[in-house]
Design a protein around this ligand. Structure first.
Ligand code: GLA
Length: 369
């Protein structure tokens, strides 16, 4: 019996009718461009939130999380950790999903605050489970939109679409090339004989992530509004030419926007390089992305910078960068086939026992079944 099934039985005395898993993610390129209509290159990684549940005859909805060590009834003074699920269920009801009453248990091995999208994975796991319990189905994009809206309303973080979409719709062995302007994606193979993905968590717990993140997003919105005064046809920063940023007069907003415009170009170049199997170029672009997130967007920490620098110089690695929002969390690296262990040993030696791991792209929640 899975840990989640045992928890469901222990706390609610219920036998699971359905079980789903939703993975965390890393993002190879496209840092802080998803909410600017840019292209992003995420992949789902094999760390999962597991959700199991059973229907109830009434409308009561109860949840227990192993990580938070308590059970809640949604709607009745929902504690902070459960507000995501409260907002999610409301959103799914508004979308017409016949959400039944339920009891749900959650376990997770996606580290919290590590930049691997534990909250999006938890949202996708619960949304997918609720669909199963309701006997309904939805696309990865619908699930991702519900989870994104719940993150905005329930957690107060104005996150983009990338994390829940790849957690729901990722595919084993593939990177998702997601165009956030028209919300369409293709899946590009990442063959292990070309490159391996290595993740290195830092010791820095994310600090001020929500306020720092929302603040960056506001800077982008102000910058876009300034450009639109001269170029009203522009829908998002992803469509802006570098020279048009002259219209952004605030110096801080201007450098934030410069990052976004250049990062969108890097992600497009990275998608083309990946499709052509040019992992050397993808790695180079990842290191350039980190430098821009460090110098222009200013969401890195000294430890993230040290890891990215080490990766850019190490012979085993094609390049690496911070993944997720930044402000702490983890780095992601593209490493020469067969050299991951040597790279990990180098990192461990250089940065006081810092332990990383190799991540093979995994299926998203909808495909995991
Ligand atoms: C967080 C958000 C994503 C994205 C990244 C930065 O992970 O949830 O939507 O904006 O930061 O690329």
């Amino acid at each position: 019996m899975s840990g989640a099934r045992a928890l469901l039985a222990e706390v609610f005395g219920a036998a699971a009718e359905a079980e789903v898993r939703a993975p965390g993610r890393v993002n190879l390129l496209g840092g802080h461009v998803d909410y600017n209509g840019g292209l992003v290159l995420p992949l789902a990684v094999p760390r999962f939130v597991t959700a199991v549940g059973a229907r109830r005859a009434d409308r009561t909805r109860r949840l227990v999380s192993e990580g938070f060590g308590e059970s809640v009834t949604l709607g009745a003074e929902t504690p902070e950790w459960a507000r995501l699920f409260e907002a999610l269920v409301q959103g799914m009801l508004q979308a017409g999903v016949p959400v039944p009453g339920f009891e749900v248990a959650l376990t997770s091995d996606v580290p919290v605050g590590a930049g691997l999208s534990s909250s999006a994975a938890a949202g996708v796991a619960v949304a997918t489970l609720v669909l199963r319990l309701a006997g309904a189905s939805a696309s990865a994009l619908e699930v991702a939109r519900w989870v994104q809206a719940a993150e905005h309303r329930g957690l107060g973080v104005r996150s983009g679409l990338m994390d829940p979409l790849v957690s729901a719709g990722g595919r084993a062995g593939h990177v998702m090339a997601l165009d956030c302007l028209d919300e369409t994606y293709t899946l590009l193979p990442l063959r292990p004989e070309l490159a391996e993905v290595v993740i290195i968590p830092t010791a820095t717990a994310r600090a001020l992530a929500a306020s720092g993140y929302n603040e960056r997003r506001s800077a982008c919105e102000r910058g876009l509004a300034a450009v639109q005064e001269r170029h009203p046809e522009v829908r998002a920063l992803a469509e802006v030419q570098p020279a048009w940023l002259d219209a952004v007069l605030d110096p801080v907003d201007a450098v934030r926007c410069q990052h976004v415009v250049a990062e969108v170009a890097r992600a497009r170049a990275g998608a083309a390089a990946l499709a052509a199997g040019d992992v050397v170029e993808v790695g180079r672009l990842m290191s350039a992305s980190h430098a821009s997130l460090r110098d222009l967007y200013q969401v890195t920490t000294p430890e993230l910078d040290a890891l990215a620098e080490l990766s850019a110089a190490a012979p085993e690695s094609f390049g690496g960068r911070v993944t997720g929002a930044g402000f702490g969390g983890a780095t992601v690296h593209l490493v020469r086939p067969g050299q991951a262990e040597a790279f990990l040993a180098r990192v461990e030696g250089a940065l006081e026992g810092r332990k990383g791991w190799v991540a093979r792209p995994t299926d998203g929640a909808l495909a995991l079944g």
